[in-house]
Ligand binder design. Structure first.
Ligand SMILES: NC(=O)C1=CN([C@@H]2O[C@H](COP(=O)(O)OP(=O)(O)OC[C@H]3O[C@@H](n4cnc5c(N)ncnc54)[C@H](O)[C@@H]3O)[C@@H](O)[C@H]2O)C=CC1
Ligand SMILES: O=C(O)[C@H]1O[C@H](OP(=O)(O)OP(=O)(O)OC[C@H]2O[C@@H](n3ccc(=O)[nH]c3=O)[C@H](O)[C@@H]2O)[C@H](O)[C@@H](O)[C@@H]1O
Length: 428
């Protein structure tokens, strides 16, 4: 099929590449010319292992092209809307990019009407797909489907190619057929339902995952007080198939472009409907206070950070991405600066972006270098470059051998044997 993908951020780019890999003829559209120039050269504006190779492959075989002009996609059968839906000032989802993309598609359609489907992949509040359909009510042959995306950054292309499920929100049989045709080669369970159900499945999934994390993070505070071990506890819980092992890792809090904005957007949607989602409110509170709690653990080892060298390892909101949106590292750097610490930070990919926000932090080329002479080292993102370290060498190089493991990813027993003072999240 001929497919246009509007927006070439994480979701748009991986959607475009995966559809092209699955045999469709795809054109990716973005307003930002610099992005399109890069993409045409096979340069991914997003860091993810393997993504650029796949992009180059589909560019070379002609299955994928890019443009800044939606008119270049005039003959497309399907328009994927993959633009951002950021948090507005009041916490609701800002839908201006969605509506402006829809208006542009409407113009194209009116100029040369034919059978077309608009697929909303962006995360949008319940009712948005129906509103879009209303806006297009005069346009014959133009229908609207909701098709939320569940990919994880850092693993986005793999997730797009092998999704856990494909959720299709569409009422008309013809629209459902087009959606089936689009995903013909992809083996994954289908949920074919209404647009509203599809939209809520997306928010509910993210909110539930965030809830698991905050539950474990809050429990980790009790675990620290009791002297129990959160990693063992999570393992023991996760073996119950009703619980499962995923998303039980306690840490310094969740970040990223979606959990923070989608949880607040869901709360606002609920409030607009007179419903209080009190559990979700607590989920956000726990997440906001988790980095503060973590820094209180540091205080036990370094009571006064003024002038002390502190190493911060990992800045991206998770490994294998250069994304720092809502990364816990940002609030931790801010707090350390306020305490007067001399911060030395390392991240294999995201340091340059963080430097723009925190110019007074010293950025190093390796984790070892950040830890040299440090009075404590804090693991914030579990990049392998920050985890697989020569502990004997580091022990010699630190001013005070204190390790604060914000991801429970360092080998606790081994480092303790090497002489370090170790403190994880709900494990000591
Ligand atoms: N980042 C992620 O891992 C996931 C994001 N989502 C959702 O997908 C949506 C997109 O997220 P990201 O890809 O992270 O967003 P992003 O903000 O990284 O990218 C959006 C892109 O759309 C472009 N754009 C905006 N308006 C446009 C228009 N009218 N025409 C052409 N291009 C336009 C922007 O220039 C930008 O490049 C959001 O609703 C998000 O919640 C869903 C699942 C995963
Ligand atoms: O809607 C979205 O944007 C996406 O949001 C998340 O994906 P992503 O934000 O890329 O990353 P995750 O792997 O979910 O991690 C999010 C945050 O939670 C943290 N996390 C994750 C798992 C865990 O056990 N503990 C934990 O603290 C990570 O460190 C990270 O900061 C969801 O996992 C995707 O399904 C969803 O499509």
């Amino acid at each position: 099929m001929k497919v246009a993908v509007i927006g070439t951020g994480y979701v748009g780019l991986t959607t475009a590449v995966s559809l092209a890999m699955n045999g469709h003829q795809v054109i990716g559209i973005d307003l930002v010319e610099a992005k399109i120039v890069k993409l045409r050269q096979g340069i991914s504006p997003i860091y993810e292992p393997g993504l650029e190779e796949a992009l180059k492959q589909v560019l070379t075989n002609g299955a994928l092209a890019f443009s800044t002009k939606l008119q270049d996609a005039g003959d497309a059968d399907v328009f994927f809307v993959c633009v951002g839906t950021p948090e507005a000032e009041d916490g609701t989802a800002d839908l201006r990019y969605v509506y402006s993309a829809v208006a542009a598609i409407k113009e194209i359609h009116q100029a040369s009407p034919k059978s077309r489907v608009i697929v909303i992949k962006s995360t949008v509040p319940v009712g948005t797909g129906d509103k879009v359909a209303e806006l297009l009510s005069g346009c014959q042959e133009l229908s609207v489907a909701s098709n939320p995306e569940f990919l994880r950054e850092g693993n986005a292309l793999f997730d797009a190619l092998t999704p856990s499920r494909i959720v299709i929100g569409a009422s008309e049989p013809k629209t459902r057929e087009v959606m089936e045709e689009l995903y013909k080669g992809v083996s994954a369970p289908r949920v074919v339902t209404t647009r509203a159900n599809a939209e809520l499945i997306k928010y509910a999934s993210n909110a539930f995952l965030a809830t698991r994390i905050s539950f474990m993070n809050e429990l980790s505070r009790l675990s620290a007080a009791l002297g129990t071990d959160m990693v063992t506890i999570a393992h023991g819980m996760g073996l119950d198939s009703r619980i499962g092992p995923e998303f039980l890792r306690a840490g310094v809090g969740y970040g990223g472009s979606c959990f923070p904005k989608d949880t607040i957007a869901l709360l606002q949607l609920a409030a607009q409907n007179g419903i209080s989602l009190s559990i979700l409110e607590q989920v956000r509170k726990v997440n906001a206070t988790q980095p503060v709690w973590f820094l209180e653990q540091l205080q036990k080892f370094v009571p006064d950070c003024r002038g002390k060298r502190i190493a911060v390892l990992g800045l991206a909101f998770k490994p294998d991405t250069d994304d720092i949106r809502e990364a816990p590292s940002l609030s931790i750097l801010k707090a350390l600066e306020e305490k007067g610490a001399a911060v030395f930070a390392y991240d294999p990919i995201a340091a340059d972006t963080v430097r723009q926000k925190f110019p007074n932090v010293s950025y190093t080329n390796t984790a070892d270098e950040a830890m040299q002479g440090a009075h404590a080292a804090l693991l914030i993102t579990e990049w392998k470059e920050c985890v697989q370290l020569d502990w004997a060498k580091i022990y010699q190089s630190m001013a005070q051998p204190v390790l604060l493991d914000g991801r429970n990813a360092w080998p606790a027993e081994l480092v303790k044997q090497a002489g370090f003072q170790y403190c994880g999240v709900g494990r000591s």
